[in-house]
Design a protein around this ligand. Structure first.
Ligand code: C2E
Ligand code: MG
Ligand code: MG
Length: 258
């Protein structure tokens, strides 16, 4: 059962980090043909000693409020890089909150974690939501350029749920756009299909990669592949996995010797 948001305080969060109650799960993202694993997305998990859990959205909101979001963000980044170092060739996607992304020292912190964990920058993809760029697009653009300069990539997460500002897509050099699950859920309804076709075509025309999130059925997979998505992520393929289960999942997709 998820714990009530009101029970989380600054000391709880600090104690949770201390007591190793936080961990990171990894959800595979596949190429649209379903044949290979392109990347894994790191997702924060907070398990309480009584067996309950706190959802990542609530944990992140509280970390923001308590001024601990840098600590939590860097914790996830460090844990994820350490685990993913053992999965050669796989891209690692890490969610970063808008407050953390906006901090002047953010990219230096990322570079430090990459150095400390020996994780190659060209396998790191930072995911930010649209609101991270909305207030100050120029600053967001500079942060993306700094991430590019150290070799990392940047994806816009949950596209379609915020302001869906086309000017942000025009101005910001994202490498990838992730289309929110709410649109995928609507397949095959005419309106959802029309919006998905337009979004995928737009993102592709801008030279960016497209991932669809929350793919749960073969019908959705077939539509999204035919519509031009590059990558798919969802329970159809895998739920978020503990780090120790990732190698066995990757093995299933490794080309078999003839
Ligand atoms: P997100 O970044 O969009 O991550 C995808 C979420 O969708 C994950 O939920 C994942 O478990 C869920 N999901 C993926 N495929 C399916 C599907 O087929 N069906 C359904 N029903 N759900 C699916 P999760 O792990 O609960 O994370 C929720 C959100 O919390 C994330 O959305 C992200 O915004 C935030 N979050 C998670 N970890 C972190 C973190 O380390 N840092 C920050 N800043 N935010 C995080
Ligand atoms: Mg994400
Ligand atoms: Mg998302």
């Amino acid at each position: 059962m998820a714990a009530l948001a009101s029970t989380i305080s600054r000391p709880n969060l600090l104690q949770a980090i201390d007591r190793n109650e936080l961990s990171v799960a990894f959800q595979p993202q596949l190429t649209a043909d379903g044949q290979s694993v392109a990347s894994v997305e790191a997702l924060l998990r907070w398990r309480l000693p009584d067996g309950g859990f706190i959802s990542p959205e609530i944990a992140v909101a509280h970390a923001e409020r308590e001024g601990l979001i840098d600590m939590v963000g860097l914790y996830v980044l460090q844990q994820a890089c350490t685990a993913a170092r053992a999965w050669p060739g796989l891209v690692l996607a890490v969610n970063i909150s808008p407050t953390h992304f906006a901090k002047p020292g953010f990219v230096d912190d990322v570079a430090r974690v990459l150095d400390a964990t020996w994780f190659p920058a060209n396998r790191l993809e930072i995911e930010i939501v649209e609101s991270a760029a909305f207030d100050d697009p120029d600053h967001a653009s500079r942060q993306i350029e700094r991430l590019h300069a150290i070799g990392a990539r940047v994806a816009m997460d949950d596209f379609g749920t915020g302001y869906s500002s086309l000017s942000l897509l025009q101005r910001l050099p994202f490498d990838k756009v992730k289309i929110d699950k709410s649109f995928v859920d609507g397949i095959p309804a005419t309106r959802s299909v029309a919006i998905l076709h337009a979004m995928i075509a737009l993102v592709r025309a801008l030279g960016m990669k497209v991932t669809a999130e929350g793919v749960e059925t073969v019908e959705q997979q077939r539509f999204l592949k035919a519509a031009g998505c590059h990558y798919l992520q969802g329970f159809l393929y895998a739920r978020p996995l503990p780090a120790e289960s990732v190698p066995a999942f990757l093995d299933k997709y490794r080309p078999k010797p003839r």
